[in-house]
Design a protein around this ligand. Structure first.
Ligand code: ZN
Length: 252
């Protein structure tokens, strides 16, 4: 199976369209998996849901999905995120709200465990430290897990160089194409974060996603250019917070 793994789409239709076009351009996809935060921040929540639900699609719940469907409140969101989430919620119909409400917190598919934040705290944890990775490895029953939420592509390797328990982490360097491909070999356990489709925060404004090939046993990380100005114009029309509009240009 050839699976596109997307995270933090955040209602950015131009970005998710570009990602699916890129992924299908190489070879047909068998499925699309989402690591949550389908909505929030961006201007086209319903269009993004319709496009993704039209695929063979599985998703876990993110904090923005649960807030937009009134499962959790936005007390812990910053003001711009809360305002954009309320606007996103106002755009959804009852079917879309109930779809978001029904998303599972974790999934296990094709030897991969999926969570938005982490297995320990699927909705809220930012998995960016070695201690956090150790807690995740402890809870993993599969050899591999995918997480999102941080909007920064990252791979944790169990038993790698350095780190407390011999774990290591690396950010992906897209200038070196071979560094964007991870082979799933041997006994080594990995935690993989594909980065964000709709609001990257690693200084690279291009949409980020990964392709998991179950036959080749590889995960290949990609960056895709998209029409940022198209999303920004829709955000201006929706009167979404200026800071959220501007950050898309900088990938921050
Ligand atoms: Zn997010």
């Amino acid at each position: 199976m050839r699976i596109a793994v997307v995270s933090d789409v955040h209602a950015n239709l131009a970005a998710v369209e570009a990602v699916l076009r890129h992924a299908e351009g190489e070879r047909a996809l068998d499925a699309v998996w989402s690591l949550g935060d389908l909505v929030g921040y961006g201007p086209q929540p319903s269009d993004c849901l319709a496009l993704l639900r039209g695929q063979r699609f599985h998703s876990v719940a993110g904090n923005h999905d649960l807030a937009a469907s009134a499962v959790i409140d936005t007390e812990d969101f910053n003001p711009a995120a809360a305002a954009a989430n309320a606007w996103n919620a106002s755009q959804l119909d009852e079917d879309e709200r109930s779809f978001l409400r029904g998303l599972p917190r974790t999934l296990e598919l094709e030897a991969m465990q999926l969570a938005h934040g982490s297995l320990r705290d699927p909705v809220w944890e930012y998995l960016i430290t070695i201690p956090g990775a150790l807690a995740q490895f402890e809870r993993m029953t599969a050899r591999f897990s995918f997480v999102g939420h941080t909007h920064v592509p990252l791979v944790f390797i169990e038993g790698g160089e350095g780190g407390e328990g011999g774990e290591s982490a690396f950010e992906l360097d897209y200038e070196q194409p071979e560094a964007g491909s991870v082979r799933l070999l041997g006994e080594q356990r990995l935690i993989l974060n594909p980065g964000s489709v709709g609001q990257p925060r690693d200084g690279d404004p291009r949409a980020a996603y990964a392709i998991y090939d179950t036959a080749a046993q590889t995960v290949v990380f990609h960056r895709v250019e998209y029409e940022i100005a198209r999303t920004q114009a829709a955000m201006v029309a929706a009167e979404l917070p200026r800071s959220l509009i501007e950050r898309l240009s900088h990938g921050r």
